[in-house]
Write a protein that binds this ligand. Structure first.
Ligand code: EPZ
Length: 414
């Protein structure tokens, strides 16, 4: 992937459209192995993580076709339970619950993604063991044996992935599963709507208790994936740093409550029409005060880096507290190189920004990479952002989309 070359201080003005959510489509694709028929998914974003997941489905024996933003999957030929690819992709772990549910067996790489911290899977393992699936890991691979059965499962922490794995293991398991301390993210609701469209019986998605009544067989379905709330939030942060105004279509207000509150504190003028948010940046960005990330509906950890980049463009000090991942401040050294003063202690960062200048920047993870682009939009002069392969994992064409609304940004491989 080519570096991005960004010349900052070009106010944005125009319309962007939010596409399908990465963190919804990935578990939904894993869930396709449970289908007894053909699945047509709409509003699927062309991301590298989606391509990796389709590759895994094909290696399992499924037939897949990706046309425009529609994916057709026929899982009838799936006869393997070993996932080879995907080691560097956290969401390959969703195949654990789906394959255990379909075959009573699963072998897959332990998830990568060590850039945000350890990323353990102990909660997944305890949950599936409670459902009768024996799961072992040697740190490299995960080995599961045994067909899941309905059970009472209490998560120690509302892990998004563990919640998804329990649901995927439970939908065709004999008996009922009562999952407590479940994650409440909108992507969980999207997965449950998709599975219900195939005939699953799920109650309580979006709350912290979810009841799944196992059914013998799931059918096929046609399903439209929800819009990506983190992409919408990323666009909102981009205009805050660059200045100007954006109309963002397909944004879902309830999914962006905390983001709206924080950016309004920073001086954003935000108004909503049906399925669209208009945001106008202030002349100078004010401090967001203290932002604490948390599980949904708290402030999303996946927007922490982007808001830190906005704060780097503000002369007023702000405090970011990262409560979900133990090392999600990888952008700090890069923002310091642009002139921001940032002091970190554990999960806290004090950000004292101001007039940033362009610099050579290196993305180290997906959302951190988007954050560096945001900071470059608000900086005087030229920045070069390398490591854009991380950005492509979760953003369809960040450079092209920002350029279409007035940013001076080009990707070197174009
Ligand atoms: C999902 O990751 C998302 N990824 C992440 O988005 C998101 O940041 C995260 O949820 C939190 O919202 C996908 O959906 C593909 P968790 P996941 O299990 O499921 C610890 C992005 O940028 N934990 O809720 O891996 C874990 O280490 C990505 O799009 C355990 O300790 O998140 C972390 O500190 C980044 N043991 C915390 O819980 C476990 O068994 C939250 O993890 C599982 C998790």
């Amino acid at each position: 992937m080519g570096d991005y070359i960004v010349r900052g201080k070009n106010p944005l003005d125009g319309k962007l459209k939010v596409y399908g959510a990465k963190n919804a489509v990935l578990p939904i694709l894993a869930g396709c192995v449970l289908s007894g028929g053909t699945v047509l998914l709409k509003n699927c974003p062309r991301l590298t993580d989606v391509s990796y997941t389709l590759d895994i489905l094909r290696r399992l024996g499924c037939k897949t076709a990706f046309d425009g933003e529609e994916i057709l999957i026929n899982p009838a030929g799936a006869d393997l339970w070993t996932v080879e690819a995907g080691g560097d992709m956290r969401s390959s772990v969703n195949f654990l619950g789906a394959l255990a549910g379909r075959f009573g067996r699963a072998v897959l790489p332990a998830p990568g993604g060590c850039r945000l911290g350890r990323r353990p899977i102990d909660i997944h393992i305890r949950a599936l063991k409670a459902m009768g699936v024996d799961v072992e890991t040697d740190g490299e691979m995960i080995y599961a044996q045994g067909r899941p059965h309905g059970a009472e499962v209490q998560l120690d922490f509302p892990s998004v992935g563990a919640t998804e794995n329990v649901i995927l293991a439970a939908v065709t398991a004999p008996g009922s599963t009562v999952l407590t301390n479940a994650a409440r993210e909108p992507e969980i609701c999207d997965l449950c709507r998709f599975l219900s469209a195939m005939g699953a019986k799920i109650h309580g998605a979006g709350g912290d208790m979810i009841i799944i009544e196992g059914v013998g067989q799931l059918g096929g379905c046609e399903y439209t994936v929800m819009p990506d709330r983190i992409v919408a939030a990323t666009y909102m942060c981009a205009v805050m740093a660059a200045g100007g105004r954006l109309e963002i279509e397909n944004a879902v207000r309830p999914h962006l409550g905390e983001v709206e509150r924080v950016l309004t504190r920073c001086g954003a003028e935000i108004s909503w029409a049906s399925g669209r948010v208009d945001i106008r940046a202030p002349k100078s960005v004010r401090s967001c005060g203290t932002v604490r990330t948390g599980v949904y509906p708290g402030f999303p950890t996946d927007c922490q880096s982007q808001v830190m980049a906005v704060m780097a463009c503000s002369a007023e000090p702000a405090i970011m507290i990262e409560n979900i991942f133990e090392s999600r401040f990888k952008t700090v050294p890069e923002l310091r190189r642009m002139g921001a003063e940032i002091y970190c202690s554990g999960r806290r960062a004090l950000v004292r920004g101001g007039e940033l200048h362009g610099a050579g920047l290196r993305a180290m993870d997906l959302r951190g990479g988007a954050a560096l682009v945001i900071a470059a939009l608000g900086a005087e002069g030229e920045s070069r952002v390398s490591g854009t392969g991380f950005i492509a994992r979760g953003y369809r064409d960040l450079a092209g989309e920002l350029a279409s609304v007035g940013a001076d940004i080009v990707s070197e491989d174009r």
